[in-house]
Design a protein around this ligand. Structure first.
Ligand SMILES: [Cu+2]
Length: 79
């Protein structure tokens, strides 16, 4: 499944790269896209292997804040 997380605490592109690497090193994660400017992580993962809570904890262990984003289709961003 695909889930979007809102991230807080990133201060540069390397933060985004670090989060991406960490997520993609996690068993069950197929692909992760982290954008520094958008403060989001879009993660494609196998929900039978890894759970959202685990992904959030991985991000928190790095020192960032993660919350589950809206899973609606076609979400728009203002601002
Ligand atoms: Cu940084």
């Amino acid at each position: 499944m695909k889930a979007e997380f809102h991230l807080d605490g990133m201060h540069c592109e390397s933060c985004a790269a670090l989060i991406k690497e960490t997520l993609e090193d996690t068993a069950g994660v197929r692909h992760a896209d982290v954008t520094f400017s958008g403060k989001t992580a879009v993660v494609n993962f196998d929900e039978n292997t890894v759970q959202q809570a685990t992904l959030i904890k991985k991000i928190q262990d790095l020192g960032y804040k993660a919350t589950v984003g809206d899973q609606r289709r076609g979400a728009t961003s203002n601002g």
